[in-house]
Design a binder for this molecule. Sequence first.
Ligand code: CDM
Ligand code: ATP
Length: 288
Amino acid sequence: MNTSVTTQKDWWPSPAKLNLFLHILGRYENGYHQLQSLFQMLDYGDSLAFAISTDNTEIKMDTPLEGVPDDENLIIKAARLLARKANCNKGAVISLDKRLPMGGGIGGGSSNAATTLVALNYLWDTGLSEDELAELGLSLGADVPIFVRGLTAFAGGIGEDITPAPQPEQYFLVANPNVHVSTAEVFTSEDLPRNTPPMRWEDYEFEKTWNDCQQLVANLHPEVANLLQWLVHYAPSRMTGTGACVFATFSDYTLAEQVRAKMPEAWQSFVAKGVNRSPLLDKLEQQR
Ligand SMILES: C[C@](O)(CO)[C@H](O)COP(=O)(O)OP(=O)(O)OC[C@H]1O[C@@H](n2ccc(N)nc2=O)[C@H](O)[C@@H]1O
Ligand SMILES: Nc1ncnc2c1ncn2[C@@H]1O[C@H](COP(=O)(O)OP(=O)(O)OP(=O)(O)O)[C@@H](O)[C@H]1O
């Protein structure tokens, strides 16, 4: 009798983030920029599952990520980095349920890397602290530490200097005009403003902030400008990160969905709820 056992995968969340604002204050010697931003975690994102092996140290994806060779996949990079740091003698076959657009400014790749570090640190029992995982993550990307810590927060420095900042409950319509924006291209442009004065976190008001990358990206990509112009009729809207995704803020889910229903088909979009704690932290607590 052929009994096919479907092994239920244990999925770990890899949520998206929005930069509710993004101010660029200056540039460090190493070329990275000094930022001020408010990272808003969302309850929507990718998911990852890990099949751990104890008799070999192979680390691989069970399905390749389209357009991203395994060696360049931030998931594989994160797993290899942790294995090396912890001198780990275990392996993993990693499954990815990809729902976030890549190069979208919503942290897809960085979030995947952070979930991989947190999940494998637990599943491999490598015992690194949150600070050690965040530091490891920083070498993979400026946005990885904030996903490791998993809290909606103000961020300074290159993005690693984090101050938790719980926000009131709100919903976000996030839309992608289906253009890929290179973060490096934006940050190396001579047209990027780099002299916004520093803000005290206690003075934060959404209406008094902006995204310093928005005008540059809208000039480079008319699709982004069109999306902003369409969305702003319904709610305060703004680009996140270095784009191309744009978000609009709503007080309740139904309103956001009603606007999304009017959106041209060509634009990928989703409605997500802002959360102050990443679903990754909740998953880790359930495991313990
Ligand atoms: C724009 C944000 O998404 C805001 O959350 C992040 O600051 C970017 O984080 P990220 O995508 O993880 O960026 P990384 O992969 O670390 O860096 C990509 C490129 O962006 C530039 N970069 C990034 C972050 C930063 N504070 N200054 C920079 O100049 C650098 O040229 C770097 O080579
Ligand atoms: N697992 C992954 N998921 C998404 N992108 C990945 C992944 N691994 C490598 N990449 C590469 O990283 C690039 C940036 O990915 P993405 O923009 O999704 O993440 P991010 O840089 O964290 O987001 P943000 O633009 O907000 O900084 C992608 O264009 C892709 O080429």
